[in-house]
Design a protein around this ligand. Sequence first.
Ligand SMILES: [Zn+2]
Length: 804
Amino acid sequence: MVIKQLRKEATFVLLALLISCNQSKDKSKSDDYPISTVPFTNVQLQDNFWLPRILINTEVTIPIAFQQSEETGRIKNFEIAGGLKKGSFCSQYAFDDSDVFKIIEGASYSLMIKKNPELEAYLDSLIYKISLAQEDDGYLYTNRTIMGDSALEMAGKSRWVNESEHSHELYNAGHLYEAAVAHFQATGKRTLLDVAIKNANLINKEFGWGKIEKYPGHQEIEIGLVKLYRITGEKKYLDLAMFFLDVRGPGGWEYNQAHLKVIDQKEPVGHAVRAMYMFSGMADVAALTGDTAYLHAIDRIWKNVVTKKMYITGGIGQTGGNEGFGPDYDLPNMSAYCETCASIAEVFLNYRLFLLHGDAKYIDIMERVMYNAFLSGVSLSGDLFFYDNPLESAGQHERQKWFGCACCPSNISRFLPSVPGYVYAHKGDDVHINLFTESETSFETTKGKITLTQKGNYPWDGESVIRVYPEYAGNRTIYIRIPGWARNEVVPGDLYQFADQNNEPVLIRINGEKVKFEIEKGYAVLERRWQRGDSINLSLPMPVRKVIANEKVAEDRSKFILQRGPLVYCAEDKDQLENSVLHIFVEKNQEFKTGFSNEFGGEITTIEFSATEVRRKLDGSLKADDQARVIKAIPYCFWANRGPGEMITWIPSEMEAANPYPATTIAYLSKKSSSGAKESLDLIADQYDPKNSNDHSRGYIHWWPEKDTAVWVQYDFQKPETVSECWVYWFDDGPDGGCRIPAGWRILYRQGSDWKPVKNLSDYKITKDSYDLVKFEPIKTKALRLEIILQKEFSTGVHEWVAK
Ligand SMILES: [Zn+2]
């Protein structure tokens, strides 16, 4: 019922869209991506996987995102800047305007799928406020308009002075342009588009060769300007996008990719979202101008990402410190950053590379990101979000309703409605079927209109039936993507591979008859005289597969993950009898059986297998439990929908690679307390030896932002214990962080109600990257306290505190 209605309304909006596009006359028709996308407005999903998520995005996520923007002052900022209200800038960051623009973009896409007069009216009033907030010459940045000289430090003292570092004036503008184009396409109204054009004209007047020669501190305007160019046909916007790329580097920060000229960059560095937006902008400009230098750079960088820096979920950006890329093969699981925005930006880049090169390897990566790393970012209910998407958790990760920096939820709200636009593409008469999802589409080719339908139950089942209805019968090629995972290739390159070969063939039947087919650039090439009603049956074998990582990925050695179809699996404590999953390993030759669960709003495929738990003994050796137990795994994209808890993706295949239950040391069994340390105090007695003081992989406690004071952490033993030595491993996150090894420390013990210092027999050394041992005269006590004196300018943290 809903779907039928959706389809009818989408057709109406599509007509309006086609008319508006014709009016704007795309002069670059011959100089553009060689492959054309079939826009999401032409694709009606009917599936049980994406469609429910898109509907929830419309019904829950977008309203919540607007509500949060109202409650956090993001919208009030426009009202104040526009003179409708009085007051100071009332949100946290100078780039908060951009969240509102992104949600408008998402809401506009939703309107293209389904009319909603109430939402349209809300957008009208919001856009009115935005237009009032715009200064007379086109400048739009509420923080400065409201605060003038007292703008936030990040904004800088005057317009543009801090743009290449922190102000985000051009970043906000880029999101404004994307929103304006989407709103114009959805409604035909120029209200926001006029604001965007006025702003872009100001920026074009001020920036350029011989004018202000600065690059954006956070890339994004490049993509926005290209969209503005496509809709207006005004080449100056394309030229300005190119200027912002070419003016970048060398000699700037690696953090925002200004260390080198963009065309000289060889691998991704720094902030992952900035990098991916920039590469996507480069792809757009390359497609429109034929510039091969941009292309060579992004091709090289793409190869580095997928062969050395990408998680099995498709997530990118290993480290939280720079919200971005780390060294090759350094892929820690528990501290994996994998920002949701970075996944979205990665889809943008991979899809653009497909449109340029016509190779399915880009869609393989895109599919991996969409079904795993990206979808982990939003709860099934659509109202809880992850900013970072780790691959392992001890329970410290929990979905949030919103964030101070709210880039991710607003990005999700605009990405989900566009998902149907990634399913089909065409080049002349030839058609590409990229994703498998029950859907229907109609679009124009050079030989007339063609309609395609897809039936199936992907990603749970590899059987798809595609029907073809060309307006005129004639020769054309249908390219059907045969995913890498169905061709024994996990990813292009050798970062990951399947543990075993699967010899079940991919089968294609046309009108019931099995056909032989060639594979070209990852596509089955089906060339024939297609007639109305021809059917293609595609069978992609979908056994449970074990995937192993390149040996160079130290974190994943002697481990595997489970993958079935495009889905990476994880195990959560909630599905296990013992309510724990972190301490297992799986012995050789175990069977992996599929099952079903209805716990996640529809039937999903689960995987069950036997695993053994490992415990550390008091002498430090490991012991496997006598009895194995059954572990149930679910797709990673469904994790953390039942509250926080333990989760693993990479499963040890040897006892030595397991993360054992800690030994029952006196520290482990003690009751722990502290003077306000952050994170779970259990972490300091979990017996994980950090690799160095800045090891984030298993967690630590810390007192940041406290400094220049004394802090403490305390063990209360179950009974009086005799102790004579303590070992402490400090957390220190180096020059970029706020924690350092402390200025001093000592051990106190409790006698009656007093705390007394132990009589130490060795010095209290303070060392980075190793344990500090202090020996003291044996004392019998019920409680020990580690007292720490923080440095004047820095806080500190503790990885591990051993008491013997
Ligand atoms: Zn984000």
